[in-house]
Ligand binder design. Structure first.
Ligand SMILES: Nc1ncnc2c1ncn2[C@@H]1O[C@H](COP(=O)(O)OP(=O)(O)OP(=O)(O)O)[C@@H](O)[C@H]1O
Length: 352
């Protein structure tokens, strides 16, 4: 029996994680492997519950198990544990991910909310900080604009909860409709408080919706916590790309890795005719240079309607093309986080 298990492990060590380009055994991803009455039982511990290539891994593990002499069947199951960054961002928070844009109105907040909801739907523990202090819209998009953030026994801000996402927005702290004119040091301390004086609890991903552009908030954030990386949201037309380039440059100067680019309002499919229109020049975001494309999200009426109704499109209209593209983009992002994190780990991890 021991021999068969050894043979199974040897077979599994030939299976590479398609994104990490290393084998599952040396990555410490095989949580369990055994052979019982000719059936291999393998449990793979993924690096994120939002793994974009789970289907392929399942296929490859099954195929490898079936090469072991005497194995006639294979049962492959999955668990997931997000590996923390080399220097975790905050106690209990494994990754802080920034969502930025060069221009306003490109759909950055909509994308941030839907990414957060998508990762939560896949089983990750997700927080969302609305750092768009000049135009906070996250609370509205989550249907919680009337809710107020309260303090816990330790006098820490208690994040609100909606659609499986823990969140804090300036909109839940200040009286409705009142503009905030915070600048410089005050803004810096507000951002610090949102991050450090909030009881976020255990999170796999804390997504931060930045204000558009390249200002004080972005700088404060990168100075306050260790950030795993940033996502740039842009629309495809040149005028948006010019500003997106500035955002990329700002992250580069702050040594924040750009994990990828999401092209929003990429195209429009007329609901009555099914004809696709490339309103702003689909694929234009590739001009941004050598950045991983994480997804192209179509312009869709339901995305706007769902945001205004307070339920993210990925939950309200899960089968719509925009929702499917957003789910895919979230998984691609989680994949990039794993790639970044694992790239810094030693060659050999736990051997089962
Ligand atoms: N793919 C989409 N299809 C349809 N409507 C969209 C899409 N993405 C965003 N919108 C809508 O466009 C408007 C602007 O989006 P959003 O507020 O997310 O942009 P933003 O980039 O965060 O803006 P700002 O940072 O300037 O506040 C919203 O009404 C939103 O519902």
């Amino acid at each position: 029996m021991r021999d068969m298990r050894d043979a199974l492990m040897a077979a599994l060590s030939t299976v590479n994680d398609p994104e990490l380009h290393r084998d599952l055994v040396s990555l410490g991803m095989i949580e369990h492997a055994s052979v019982d009455a000719g059936v291999a039982h393998v449990k793979v511990n993924l690096t994120t519950p939002a793994c974009p290539l789970k289907g392929q891994i399942e296929h490859d593990v099954r195929a490898a198990a079936l090469t072991v002499p005497g194995v006639q069947g294979a049962v492959v199951t999955f668990g997931a544990m997000v590996r923390a960054a080399a220097q975790p961002a905050l106690p209990g928070v494994k990754h802080v991910l920034l969502v930025g844009s060069g221009k306003g109105g490109v759909g950055k907040s909509s994308v941030a909310v839907n990414l957060a909801a998508s990762l939560a739907l896949d089983g990750a523990r997700v927080g969302l900080l609305d750092a768009d202090v000049y135009g906070p819209s996250v609370a509205h998009m989550l249907g919680q604009s009337g809710a107020k953030v309260t303090a816990n026994e330790e006098r820490k801000m208690r994040p609100l909860d909606a659609h499986g996402v823990r969140f804090i927005s300036m909109a839940n702290l200040s009286p409705a409709g009142q503009a905030l004119v915070w600048r410089g040091p005050m803004l810096h301390s507000a951002i610090q408080q949102f991050l450090k004086d909030a009881a976020w609890g255990e999170l796999d991903y804390l997504i931060v919706d930045l204000p558009p552009g390249t200002g004080d908030v972005q700088l404060s954030l990168t100075q306050t916590v260790q950030v795993t990386g940033a996502v740039i949201v842009t629309t495809p037309q040149d005028v948006a790309l010019i500003d997106a380039t500035r955002a990329v440059d700002m992250f580069r100067k702050a040594s924040v890795p750009v994990l990828g680019v999401i092209e929003n309002m990429s195209y429009f499919v007329a609901p009555d005719t099914g004809v696709t229109y490339d309103l702003f020049g689909r694929g234009g975001s590739r001009k941004l240079g050598d950045h991983t494309p994480l997804g192209e999200i179509p312009l869709e009426v339901s995305v706007r309607q769902d945001a205004d109704a307070g339920t993210p499109a990925v939950i309200a209209h899960p089968d719509s093309p925009a929702a499917l593209a957003l789910r895919q983009a979230a998984r691609a992002l989680a994949g990039q986080v794993s790639v970044r994190t694992l790239a810094h780990l030693p060659d050999q991890l736990t051997v089962v």
